[in-house]
Design a binder for this molecule. Structure first.
Ligand code: NAG
Length: 290
């Protein structure tokens, strides 16, 4: 009687290699914040490749340091060009990890790039609902100004610095809605003809991870890192009670209804330490970067 023999098919090897590729980690694209650049993300990149060997991590080297104060729509155009080839070469999709101001650039990218394949968008202490606080950090831009008068500079003079694109003065809401051409447009608070299309594009992500914490010291209010913001009495209104959430103007409520929004609050982290803190990486990022 003939014994059945297992023959190694010449097809087996390429199939195994293919399987290896399929279970590989998706590339991680990092967008830096204001006054920084790729160098500040070397530690985070090494956390990622140590946890998930073989991951391709790309920190986009664009609008670094002082160039990071350029108007945000201009930066979005540049980042969009830089990201296009990366997403085209990633059939399984990519993850987008964006720090501080970079989180707003990433939101704009996700809204404006049709058919993007971003799987998880991680926002690392980003002023997602705006900024109203003149911290030391921002004194580079607004020397000796008080937060009470920045709106004159941003809304009335229509200054072009990036911070004005997300300066959200709760005492001058009408001016904010009329003069700010970035954040209220992105939020769909100022209606525009691309709203539905941007919403659909944004909803292509599978997961939204919002990281922030009370000791940040720059993002004000810190709850802006997960879409909370001041009302006109400077009381923080949580994400679910924000108008853009309730009316679901850009897809946030729908994502949340899918169970796709994860908030990770970490105390004891200063703004410039978020990307070099290993505990934050383990608690809030590692499990999503597959
Ligand atoms: C790192 O993060 C943890 C919370 O995740 C925090 O308790 C600790 O203070 C942070 N350390 C630094 C140096 O930021």
């Amino acid at each position: 009687m003939e014994t059945p023999r297992i023959r190694a098919s010449p097809l087996l090897l390429p199939l195994l290699l293919l399987a290896e590729l399929c279970v590989g980690y998706r590339p991680v694209v990092i967008v830096h914040g204001i006054f920084d650049g790729p160098k500040q993300f070397e530690t985070l990149s090494s956390f990622i490749t140590k946890a998930h060997p073989g991951t391709v991590v790309k920190v986009i080297d664009l609008y670094d340091y002082m160039a990071s104060v350029k108007p945000l729509w201009r930066q979005v155009r540049g980042f969009r060009k830089a990201i296009r080839p990366i997403i085209q070469q990633a059939p399984q999709g990519v993850h987008l990890l964006c720090f501080s101001q970079g989180g707003l650039i990433c939101r704009a990218l996700l809204s404006k790039i049709p058919n993007h394949n971003v799987n998880t968008f991680i926002s690392l202490s980003s002023p997602l609902a705006g900024q109203y606080g003149d911290t030391d950090y921002l004194n580079w831009i607004f020397p000796d100004t008080m937060k009470k008068i920045v709106f004159e500079f941003c809304y009335r003079c229509r200054s072009k610095v990036s911070v004005c694109d997300y300066w959200n003065d709760p005492h001058h809401r009408t001016l904010y809605l009329h003069s700010n051409r970035f954040l209220p447009v992105l939020n769909g608070e100022t209606p525009h003809r691309h709203m539905e299309e941007w919403r659909e594009n944004f909803l292509r992500i599978k997961k939204l991870v919002l990281i922030g914490g009370p000791d940040d010291g720059v993002i004000t209010p810190w709850q802006s890192s997960y879409f909370g913001f001041y009302d006109s009495n400077e009381q923080v209104v949580e994400m679910k009670n924000q108008e853009f959430y309730r009316r679901d103007t850009f897809g946030l409520k729908e994502l949340d209804a899918r169970g796709a929004v994860s908030v990770c609050v970490q105390a004891g982290v200063k703004h410039t330490h978020w990307h070099s803190n290993h505990t934050v990486f383990v608690n809030c990022m590692e499990k999503w970067l597959t």
